[in-house]
Design a protein. Structure first.
Ligand SMILES: Cc1cc2nc3c(=O)[nH]c(=O)nc-3n(C[C@H](O)[C@H](O)[C@H](O)COP(=O)(O)O)c2cc1C
Length: 244
């Protein structure tokens, strides 16, 4: 088993980080584009019945979900934030030594940590927080207004500063890669995708607005939350607010 830093996943993660110098060179893709959809011609086609079986509530949420970036001045409630975080990472069952959660995770290892940049949440101060999954509480890391730091770190995307709260997900690489080695990074990104989709559907269910965000200067976000970028590094985030 290679040491963490010798894994392809580690090398890939480090080599594809955005920073203010590499942004423009990394972005220039030399890859030719592909058609946006795939269609097989001259093969039998099967349509679905009009009344396809579905859960109406879920169908409604999936149909309505959009990335929304138009946040108002209004604050969201702590209770709603609690539901959003539970949707992402709430423990729903104990099975042996595993604490299974709302989102699936390769090998039940849960390498993703959730951090929050709170701007406008009723009942808690603006600042940076960490979600303690075991006890399901927020741990306050530092109080203060970090909205403009967040906007800067996210390539100047203004809606980040206007969000009521942003969730920032990091990966504790070793937690997964000690088992999966080179292949581990694949699973880490899949885990993050599951978590974010849970968030977005929960956001939609509360009538809130959310947007996934992966365009950021990795080390700027890492340093905001005191992460080394080696053992633990940010990989994904999402803004949440109330639509204007
Ligand atoms: C991995 C990923 C990264 C994304 N990063 C950003 C981002 O940095 N900024 C942004 O405004 N939207 C971002 N989005 C949102 C996409 O632009 C959006 O999902 C896409 O345009 C489709 O629109 P929809 O989500 O409303 O269906 C991201 C989405 C995904 C899945």
């Amino acid at each position: 088993m290679p040491e963490l830093k010798q894994t392809l996943g580690y090398e890939y993660l480090q080599s594809t980080k955005f920073d203010r110098q590499s942004l423009f060179t990394l972005r220039k893709s030399q890859v030719d584009p592909a058609p946006l959809m795939k269609v097989y011609r001259d093969v039998p086609r099967i349509s679905f019945p009009q009344e396809a079986s579905s859960n109406r509530d879920l169908q409604g949420l999936l149909s309505k979900r959009r990335s929304r970036r138009d946040y108002s001045e209004h604050s969201i409630d702590l209770q709603d934030l609690g539901f959003l975080l539970w949707s992402c990472q709430g423990i729903t069952e104990q099975r042996g030594r595993l604490y299974l959660r709302t989102a699936p995770s390769a090998g039940g290892l849960y390498p993703i940590e959730t951090y929050l940049a709170v701007n406008k949440v009723n009942g808690i101060s603006p600042g940076l927080y960490h979600l303690n999954v075991r006890d399901f509480v927020l741990e306050q890391l530092v109080e203060g207004d970090f909205s403009s730091n967040l906007e800067q770190a996210c390539l100047g995307q203004k809606f980040m500063a206007q969000s009521a709260v942003s969730l920032i997900w990091s990966a504790v690489l070793r937690r997964n890669m000690a088992k999966y080695g080179h292949r581990g990074l694949r699973y880490i990104f899949m885990d993050a995708g599951h978590i974010c989709q849970n968030l977005l559907l929960a956001v939609e269910s509360l009538g809130l607005a959310g947007c996934p965000v992966a365009a950021f200067f990795d080390e700027e976000l890492n340093s905001m939350f005191g992460l080394s970028g080696e053992e633990e590094s940010v990989i994904y985030s999402a803004a949440v607010g109330i639509s204007k």
